[in-house]
Design a protein around this ligand. Structure first.
Ligand code: CO
Length: 481
């Protein structure tokens, strides 16, 4: 392994590693992509994807993958045909970059600003509106989201930018809101910075302003990417990657570089009851770090949930473009691979138990949304392939959480994006459906949508996009009624 990665890294790694982190400037509408294979006859709707696609202005590149300008892509599947379109979100941050000036505070890239200006804008900075992370639907409106406190509304057909969503009650919020099952309202958490720092969980119903449901004051907030919600409870996992907000304006660093790894704090989990709004306990576990919670369910008085454990926040450093473009990023890193961890909280006794459910590496986890808030068996995601990092090979993976076994789909030099599960409406079985993923073939230098059978992880069909699509982050599928 050691010697193989040492030779392979010099040439192909750099070349292959760059492609998915290179800017895509074209915006196209291409109806009728060529489809190889047979699409399931029931598959109809639109896969919306979000991700960074413009990484430099006229002078310099942003530093971090998450800081590229948001581009939306859609794959519309209808009567066995697939159409495609892509378009940048027309945000202020995008306009500024297009005009050759980086102007907004991004996740890990900051424009030059005077100390005085920083102090003035400390708690309401010119924070970015570059909503490049995920998509969500609230009522009949579609939003692109990031961790900045405003979502950007867009048209799911034309991908045109329509305006901003309501401002959330904090300096940053997650791009992974939950959906209240009966109403479709979004539940999310914002972190308030100020004299009183707090996590503020809030509910946002269509056409209304966000209302705060539960809040927790803390001295040093942690970086929050997602949280767990079951039918009854919300669990907020606070990893010990924390910020002292009072120092932000003085240090003048990009947002994420203000956070510090303090493993001695351990991981704290705050649980509250969604029905009563009362605290249901604070649990302490070993230090760790995750972006993504997977799912959660109630088992009597035990709250169970899973997340993808990275161990430390090293992954954030590994996603700087300089590392990724050198082929030395997330997949090439020698750090331990992220794995699925299950946490069980006995709320009556106040006891925490946690365990890894599989040895399989995993990120960008998704489940069958019919099992949302319930116990599920299968988790889908992307995985590294041993020895494959140098040529871009990664896999789509399905983990059986009851056994820890995993089934993979991969092709040489192909990097798949987040797999989105689409349920077969004619079948109830948990894995009856399709997996959709946008794959970058680093060798052929082209991107395609792959459709897998979710039961077997065998390919059903693929459709080539008209251009190379940079690596995306999150997306969602919206079926056609
Ligand atoms: Co995420």
């Amino acid at each position: 392994m050691q010697s193989k990665s040492a030779d392979a890294k010099d040439q192909p790694a750099t070349e292959h590693g760059r492609l998915g982190y290179s800017s895509l400037r074209d915006e196209v509408v291409a109806e009728g992509l060529e489809v190889d294979g047979n699409l399931p006859s029931w598959l109809a709707g639109t896969l919306l994807r979000n991700g960074p696609a413009l990484f430099e202005d006229s002078e310099r590149s942003v530093q971090h993958w998450f800081d590229g300008q948001a581009m939306l892509h859609r794959f519309t599947i209808r009567e066995g045909r697939i159409g495609y379109a892509n378009r940048f979100l027309r945000t202020k941050a995008h306009q500024a970059m297009n005009e050759g000036r980086l102007a907004y505070h991004e996740f890990a890239t900051d424009p030059c600003r005077s100390i005085f200006r920083r102090l003035m804008t400390a708690f309401d900075p010119g924070i970015t509106d570059n909503a490049s992370v995920s998509v969500a639907k609230l009522g009949d409106r579609y939003y692109a989201m990031t961790e900045a406190p405003m979502a950007v509304q867009f048209d799911p057909e034309t991908l045109q930018t329509l305006g901003y969503g309501p401002r959330v009650p904090g300096a940053f919020a997650t791009a992974h809101p939950h959906h209240e099952p009966d109403t479709g309202a979004l539940i999310n958490v914002a972190t308030r910075f100020g004299p009183r720092n707090a996590y503020r969980f809030f509910r946002q119903a269509p056409g209304t302003k966000p209302t705060v449901l539960w809040s927790k004051r803390v001295a040093k907030p942690g970086y929050v990417h997602s949280f767990a919600m079951s039918r009854r409870y919300i669990a907020h996992t606070e990893f010990p990657f924390v910020v002292n907000p009072i120092e932000i304006p003085l240090k003048g660093k990009p947002f994420i570089e203000n956070f510090r790894w303090e493993p001695e704090r351990g991981t704290r989990i705050f649980v509250w009851d969604r029905r009563t709004g009362e605290s249901a306990g604070i649990f302490e576990g070993e230090a760790g770090f995750a972006f993504h919670h997977v799912g959660a369910w109630d088992d009597g008085d035990t709250l169970c949930f899973e997340y993808v454990e990275h161990g430390t926040p090293q992954v954030i450093d590994d996603l700087y473009l300089s590392k990724l473009r050198a082929g030395d990023g997330a997949a090439g890193s020698s750090r331990p691979q992220p794995r699925l961890k299950r946490v069980q909280l006995d709320l009556r006794r106040g006891a925490l138990r946690s365990e890894y459910r599989s040895d399989q590496s995993l990120e960008l986890p998704r489940i069958d949304d019919r099992r949302y808030l319930e116990r599920y068996r299968f988790v889908y995601g992307i995985a590294t392939v041993p020895g494959g990092a140098y040529d871009g090979t990664e896999a789509l993976v399905k983990i059986d959480t009851s056994t820890g076994d995993a089934v993979q789909w991969s092709e040489p030099a192909c990097s798949p994006g987040e797999p989105v599960f689409v349920a077969d409406p004619g079948e109830d079985r948990e894995d009856a459906g399709a997996i959709l993923s946008v794959v970058l073939d680093n060798l052929q230098r082209r991107s395609f949508l792959v459709v897998l059978d979710a039961e077997t992880m065998q390919e059903r069909a693929r459709a080539y996009a008209p251009h190379v699509i940079p690596h995306g982050i999150h997306g969602a599928f919206y079926g056609r009624a």
